[in-house]
Design a binder for this molecule. Structure first.
Ligand code: DON
Length: 562
């Protein structure tokens, strides 16, 4: 334990970028009744207060989601979308509130006359925004599962936006390092940049956002999709090449979808079906790993690392080829969720130096944007209800464009479509026709909010941000906890590895791969590259005696229990 903590300390101190700004607090907490784990201490406070007042996990989710739209502007949002896996009345469910392509969107909307992608159009313009889903998502969740009044749940976020809150070292760093992006839009510049740089303790007030949240508190989803907020949104989009119309806002719907559910080492894994690739990919990775005996693959050894890498390579290749929005495209769900699929993955696994002799090493497309931001929260209440929620604007601060007068950022989720088959998106992910742009289609996602059940009850509630690395981060947390029987803090916090087929590179965090392992894998000719951050898991484990253990790992993470 001491050794591992020392390792983590070294990792945090020596790596660059925002890992330098991690405060060593709020990381592991224990409680008897409820737990909230997320990327914002203020939002975690809001959530735990709702639970203490008798609210359930769904009430707390609404309050946390809106609070994070204020306190975590990088990714917390009302202008984006996401996925929620829940457990209520002894049954799991999923809620898809992913953005949709506007009705006027079309396959080649981000291509020039020569059918080449127009630089930055799918990420930094008003056309990059899909129809937002967050407000409708939490409104429908509340209607179905909420127990406290909607207004009461939105109120804390209004307070935080109106009166401001002291920003953390982490948020100051994030804002300062995004000054260039945020300065391109006058409203974003006014709200989120400073002539001098931000520092910890500065108060961030967001008056227009508080007014928008007030309208949402009073009118529910209509406070966003109709009336003044909708007018301000459409007005903002009309200043550039925005595609969204009032009709899109009127027609936007969320979906309760049948979860992906599979057994794994005596547990049941519940995760998100398409349009997220998360659940299917977790099935492929975990069920393949389940075929091997851990004692033959000591954790962290070259054998373990190669096996994990090879399985992920195969799973991500299939993701690119076959997955898209099931409401519009045919997605071979049953073929994926079969034993035959696992056998096909296992057939593709190369052992030892087979990789060096392989002819079909895929080209390294050499493109991987390091800046990424999404956010996950996990909540468990005293009634046994659970929520695992991941939502996002896509990149940090979305497109960097704030809706004037309404104070919220627009997402740039359209980039998650395959804007041109074979061309990698911001996460280096390749897609094909199944994920091409079509009107009202949802873009494929990697978000993987997950609840693992033991004896039919929530045991591990986990998820992560990290673009394409979300899936591998969540898979590693579950694999370590259950197969390697690690404590939850280690399962969540140990440095991670990642492979996504293309680029053909094994990514690793500092400390994830020993010198020996690296040398062995290099002798098998695996291209390898260190990355600062691979995901940021937030999880809750329930011990056999019912204690809730909340663990947040990096960034601005906060875990609260009572
Ligand atoms: O839905 C997706 O897969 C991406 N838009 C998520 C983006 C993300 O996680 C950025 N992260 N840190």
């Amino acid at each position: 334990m001491l050794q591992i903590n020392t390792l983590l300390l070294v990792f945090f101190i020596t790596s660059t970028s925002y890992t330098q700004y991690i405060p060593f607090n709020n990381r592991i907490v224990h409680g008897k009744k409820g737990a909230v784990v997320c990327s914002s201490p203020e939002a975690a406070e809001v959530g735990i207060a709702i639970l203490q007042q008798g609210g359930n996990a769904f009430d707390a989710s609404v309050a946390v989601a809106f609070a994070m739209a204020v306190t975590y502007p990088q990714a917390g949002n009302i202008g984006g979308g996401g996925f929620l896996v829940g457990f209520a009345e002894n049954k799991p469910f999923t809620l898809d509130y992913r953005e949709k392509a506007p009705k006027r969107a079309h396959r080649d909307m981000f291509l020039d006359d020569n059918k080449n992608p127009i630089k930055d159009m799918s990420t930094h313009t008003r056309a990059a925004s899909g129809v937002p889903g967050t407000v409708k998502g939490f409104w429908e969740l509340h209607k179905k599962y909420g127990s406290l009044s909607w207004e009461k749940l939105v109120q804390p976020s209004i307070h935080l936006a109106k009166n401001g809150f002291p920003i953390s070292e982490f948020l100051a760093y994030s804002l300062n390092s995004n000054t260039k992006k945020l300065s391109k839009n006058a409203e974003a510049k006014r709200l989120f940049t400073k002539v001098s740089s931000f520092k910890r303790g500065d108060i961030l007030v967001q008056k227009e956002l508080s007014e928008t949240l007030e309208r949402i508190a009073q009118m529910g989803a209509d406070g966003f999709y109709k009336g003044k907020t909708a007018r301000l949104l459409l007005n903002e989009l009309s200043k550039g090449n925005g595609y969204i119309t009032q009709h899109d806002l009127d027609e936007y719907t969320v979906k309760f979808r049948k979860p992906i559910s599979f057994s794994y080492k005596g547990h049941t894994v519940i995760s998100m079906p398409p349009p997220s690739s998360g659940g299917i990919a977790l099935y492929g990775i975990l069920k393949s790993l389940e075929q091997f005996d851990e004692t033959d693959f000591p954790y962290g050894s070259a054998k373990y690392t190669q096996l994990f890498t090879e399985i992920c390579r195969s799973v991500y290749a299939d993701r690119s080829e076959f997955l898209g929005d099931p409401d519009i495209e045919s997605v071979p769900l049953n073929a994926f969720l079969s034993n035959a699929y696992i056998q096909s993955i296992l057939k593709s696994v190369r052992f030892e130096d087979e990789h060096a002799h392989s002819k079909d090493v895929s080209p390294n497309v050499g493109y991987f944007n390091e800046s990424e931001e999404t956010t996950h929260f996990s909540i468990l209440d005293k009634y046994g209800n659970a929520v695992s929620n991941t939502y996002t604007l896509n990149q940090s601060y979305g497109s960097g464009i704030v809706v004037k007068g309404a104070g919220f950022l627009l997402n740039n989720q359209m980039d998650d479509f395959s804007i041109k088959p074979g061309v990698p998106n911001t996460y280096g992910l390749i897609g094909n026709e199944k994920n091409s742009i079509k009107p009202e289609k949802r873009m494929l996602s990697s978000m993987s909010p997950t609840i693992v059940l033991k004896d039919g009850k929530p045991y591990f509630i986990v998820g992560s941000p990290g673009g394409s690395t979300i899936i591998t981060a969540v898979a590693q947390a579950i694999h370590r906890l259950i197969a390697y029987k690690m404590d939850v803090d280690l399962a969540i916090n140990l440095p991670r590895i990642h492979h996504q087929w293309l680029p053909d590179t094994l990514y690793y965090e500092f400390g994830a791969i020993s010198h020996d392992t690296q040398q062995i894998l290099q002798s098998y000719q695996y291209p390898m590259k260190q990355r600062n951050v691979i995901g940021d898991c937030h999880g809750i484990v329930v011990t056999p005696s019912g204690i809730r253990v909340g663990v947040s790992s990096r960034g601005n993470g906060a875990a609260k229990t009572y």
